[in-house]
Design a protein around this ligand. Structure first.
Ligand code: NAD
Length: 406
């Protein structure tokens, strides 16, 4: 998750960036969708349903050969929706004005882009400084979907939320698949089975989806979050909310870091809940910081044999002390999994949601006549504009690039 910063004002953006792309033009905008090359990435940035709408609006959509195969959108479905299939990356990008991606482009991919190309996707900018610098130097324009502000108007383009929904769902499925118990209560001729207990730590977007999924599978579900507002949402899903006398709601609806006294109280309560759980799904994150440590090595030792921890915060440092990103660890009879890209495990629907997010984002960038807007002054565009015309516009990233602390 990228660092959240106060977006620049419209005037600040106008001062930094020269006028946007010159228009109007009668030429259709060429929108290119490359095949994602990151290991394990199965998603694709657009789907046939969205292509149909884009081509109907007069744009030319090009899909790199087999770009959708991993998400079960074969080339022929894209062709039927009006896209052209490009057999090589060079053919794909030749004349392309906009490139839609899931993962940030690599240096090699940036080097294939012509000056002025607009790239839209997750950028993970503060952890991807070399690529940001290259986009700046090559005068590529980059919009980071992970910097789209979480305001009501931007909900339809909130790719962090859509992909966290996919991740939360998969976390519950992964937990169930690795748990040696049934999740629901069963009354059978062979006896009665008690339901499994699932504990969710962090009830943001991913956590709430994990709760809903575990409930549907029949488990008894408990959840905890430092934001008291999460309690109502947890209870509305039929789960029990673990209360602590802490309300750590920080800026923009995100959590703030706890004081050391609060951390101690939290550890005690969380440890007791972890010890009685069969599956623990952790999603606790604080934007721009290392994930809070919620499950110590000692707590793991108190868990039931066969218990499973799915640590969705693995990439930002992990909520469990024993988590290893991308790995499965077994300690004290407990399985600890640190999956790194769970949305890619449900690529069909994750791509569909992501493609819709991009479609909504494009509607800000291209006017109703199919012409690129001349200035990126909409507050959503301003906040998510990472690089433009040789400048890095996201301050925390710019500070890191210039060696300053953001
Ligand atoms: P996130 O991924 O940053 O964090 C996940 C959860 O971890 C959060 O709920 C956070 O409170 C919790 N957490 C942090 N420290 C914790 C700790 N020590 N112990 C337990 N839990 C801890 O969050 P997110 O899922 O991206 O969502 C964050 C907030 O943004 C939520 O309030 C969500 O409702 C809100 N949101 C708003 C919109 C919108 O209005 N458009 C869209 C998406 C999310």
């Amino acid at each position: 998750m990228g660092i959240v910063s106060a977006p620049l004002t419209t005037q600040e953006v106008k001062d930094i960036i020269p006028a946007g792309p010159k228009g109007p033009t009668t030429m259709p905008i060429v929108i290119a969708v490359p095949k994602e090359l990151a290991p394990g990435e199965q998603r694709v940035a657009t789907v046939p349903e969205v292509v149909k709408k884009l081509t109907k609006s007069g744009h030319e959509v090009r899909i790199e050969h087999n770009a959708g195969t991993g998400a079960y959108y074969p080339d022929d479905l894209f062709t039927a929706a009006g896209a052209k299939i490009a057999s090589s990356r060079a053919d794909l990008l030749n004349g392309a004005r906009i490139v839609l991606r899931v993962q940030p482009p690599t240096i090699a991919e940036i080097d294939q882009l012509a000056e002025g190309t607009i790239v839209i996707g997750f950028m993970n900018a503060t952890h991807n400084l070399d690529a940001v610098a290259r986009m700046r130097d090559r005068k590529v324009t980059a919009f980071a979907l992970d910097l789209v502000p979480r305001i009501t108007r931007a909900q339809s383009m909130d790719a962090l939320s859509s992909q966290a929904t996919a991740g939360g769902y998969m976390a519950a499925i992964l937990g169930a698949g690795n748990c040696p118990k049934f999740l629901p209560m069963l009354t059978t001729a062979a006896g009665t089975i008690r339901p499994a207990t699932v504990l969710i730590l962090g009830a943001g977007v991913a956590g709430l989806m994990a709760i809903a999924t575990a409930k549907r599978l029949g488990a008894v579900v408990e959840a905890y979050d430092v934001r008291r507002a999460a309690g109502e949402q947890v209870r509305s899903l039929g789960a029990r909310f673990l209360e602590l006398e802490i309300n750590a709601e920080g800026q923009g609806g995100y959590a703030r870091e706890l004081t050391s006294e609060e951390k101690e109280k939290e550890q005690q309560m969380v440890s007791a809940a972890v010890a009685r759980a069969d599956i623990v799904i952790t999603t606790a994150n604080i934007p721009g910081r290392k994930a809070p440590l919620l499950i110590t090595r000692e707590t793991v030792a108190t868990m039931r044999p066969g218990a499973v921890i799915i640590d969705l915060a693995a990439e930002s440092g992990g909520n469990c002390e024993l988590t290893r990103p991308g790995k499965t660890v077994r300690e004290h009879g407990v399985t600890i999994m640190g999956p790194q890209n769970l949305p890619a495990c449900v690529p069909f629907h994750a791509s569909q949601m992501y493609a819709k997010n991009l479609q909504s984002f494009l509607a800000l960038l291209v006017d109703k006549d199919g012409v690129l807007v001349r200035e990126f002054t909409d507050e959503i565009l301003t906040a998510s504009l990472l690089v433009h015309a040789g400048e890095v516009l996201h301050k925390p990233t710019r500070d890191l690039l210039s060696g300053e602390k953001p």
